[in-house]
Write a protein that binds this ligand. Structure first.
Ligand code: 5GP
Ligand code: ZN
Length: 114
C-alpha cells in the first residue's frame, strides 16, 4: 500500500524499533509511548482497520493475540498485566490507517476512556 507509514515500516523503508517479527506480523515500539511498555502489533498485510478484516484475515487476527501473549512475557508484563487496544476510525482515534493493536503496560493504567 503506497504512502502507508506502517507498510513502510513493515518493508524497512522507515526504521523502527522491532520487538518481534514473524512471517505474518511485526511488533514495534510506539514512537510516542504512553506507558513504560507501549508496543504496536500489526499484520504485515495492509488492512485499513478492524472494519476491513475479511474472513480470510481471521487467522492473522487470532495469531496477533498469540503473539501479544508472547510479547507480554518477553517484555515482562504478563504477570503485572497489560491492555490491548485497537482504535477504529475518526471517533475511535485512529491516526494510522493500517490495522494495529496497542499493547500497553508497565504501570497501572487509567480506567478512564474519555
Ligand atoms: P492510532 O492513533 O492510529 O491508534 O495509533 C497510531 C500509533 O502509531 C500512535 O500511538 C503513534 O505514536 C504511532 N506512530 C505513528 N507513526 C509512527 C512511526 O513512524 N513509528 C512508530 N514506531 N510509531 C508510530
Ligand atoms: Zn499499510
Amino acid at each position: 500500500m503506497e504512502n502507508c507509514i506502517f507498510c513502510k515500516i513493515v518493508n524497512g523503508e522507515i526504521p523502527s524499533d522491532r520487538v518481534y517479527e514473524d512471517e505474518y506480523v511485526i511488533s514495534i515500539k510506539d514512537i510516542k509511548p504512553e506507558a513504560p511498555i507501549h508496543v504496536l502489533i500489526m499484520p504485515k498485510k495492509h488492512i485499513n482497520s478492524i472494519n476491513d478484516v475479511k474472513e480470510e484475515d481471521l487467522q492473522i487476527i487470532s495469531h496477533i493475540f498469540k503473539v501479544a501473549q508472547k510479547i507480554a512475557k518477553q517484555l515482562g508484563v504478563a504477570e503485572s498485566g497489560y491492555r490491548i487496544i485497537t482504535n477504529c476510525g475518526k471517533d475511535g482515534g485512529q491516526t494510522v490507517e493500517h490495522l494495529h493493536f496497542h499493547l500497553l503496560g508497565g504501570k497501572s493504567l487509567p480506567i478512564s476512556i474519555g
